[in-house]
Write a protein of this length. Structure first.
Length: 65
């Protein structure tokens, strides 16, 4: 595995630029009116390792800048 020395992570790591929660009955990509966009992270961040908490109430993810 190659490591990016500036980010201390894998050099070929995938990422997302945004996260939206869509109701299970919707077909993806869902219309924007049906999506709940996750906010609160800095603009231009790379989001990784998205997962739900065991009780499915919370969403966890890492933010890389």
């Amino acid at each position: 595995m190659r490591v990016d020395p500036e980010l201390w992570s894998g050099s070929k790591m995938g990422y997302n630029l945004g996260i939206a929660i869509v109701p299970a009955e919707e077909v993806v990509p869902a219309p924007d009116s049906k999506c709940k966009h996750v906010t609160g992270y800095p603009a231009g961040s790379w989001l990784n390792y998205v997962s739900w908490s065991p009780d499915s109430r919370l969403l966890a993810f890492t933010v890389r800048r």
